[in-house]
Design a protein around this ligand. Structure first.
Ligand SMILES: [Zn+2]
Length: 230
């Protein structure tokens, strides 16, 4: 698997973390815009890995060589683990993978992305023993849904991930935060802005200028989904 390392993010803590989890996200932006945000010190956000629509894998914060530095992708986050303990602060214990997608609640991921993601997880499993369990792969929405995070979203095929990467493991529940009715509204909004999605390839076309607007509206919807009691 070829990994692009020409772009590095300055947004990380120079601290080697113990990796117990992988957190999956969508970017809500194109690759170009995502890399620009992650390489801008003022944004104070990053992820270890970004996987583009064509399956190309970009390492922004080191993790593939067997030791992961602390990227800033999860934010305030928590999860009730299987044994009932509360786990918090996922930046201290996880590798963040961003899948390029304007909104995974309405736009499918591409075949090339699934193939690259599965290879990436296989490779990381070789370096980080805790990733041998399917429970170690979570979505941002499962750990930060209480503040409106809804990625990777309804259209991410969790069952496929678990059956390919963990054929002998279980199928942990990964319920999406966003309701289908809300996703339908977002899709209507995207269409009104002129966004088109090619059904077979998953290729997305956004009219120039609508990218930022769409991302902004999507983030408003995230805020609307936010429930502090979740
Ligand atoms: Zn996220």
């Amino acid at each position: 698997m070829q990994i692009v390392t020409s772009k590095r993010s300055p947004n990380f803590t120079d601290l080697v973390i113990g990796v117990d989890y992988v957190v999956l996200h969508y970017t809500a932006a194109t690759l170009e815009r995502t890399l620009a945000i992650f390489m801008n010190p003022a944004s104070e956000v990053s992820a270890h890995i970004v996987i583009d629509r064509d399956g190309s894998v970009h390492e922004l914060v080191p993790c593939f060589d067997g030791s992961a530095l602390r990227a800033w992708h999860a934010g305030k986050s928590r999860l009730d683990s299987q044994d009932g303990t509360l786990i918090e602060g996922f930046n201290d214990r996880s590798i963040g993978i961003e899948l390029v997608n304007l909104n995974g609640n309405i736009i499918p991921y591409t075949e090339a992305q699934y193939a690259a993601l599965f290879k990436t997880i296989e490779r990381l499993k070789g370096s980080y023993p805790a990733l041998a369990k399917p429970e170690s792969i979570v979505g941002h929405e499962q750990i930060a849904g209480f503040r409106g995070k809804c990625d990777p979203g309804i259209l991410f095929e969790w069952e496929r991930l678990f059956s390919v990467c963990y054929p002998n493991g279980g199928m942990p529940a990964r319920p999406p935060l966003c309701r289908q009715a809300v996703a339908d509204r977002i899709l209507a909004l995207a269409k009104a802005l002129g966004v088109t999605i090619e059904p077979s390839s998953g290729e997305v076309r956004v009219p120039s200028g609508a990218d930022g607007l769409f991302a902004h509206l999507s983030s408003l919807i995230e805020s609307a989904l936010s429930r502090d009691d979740r």
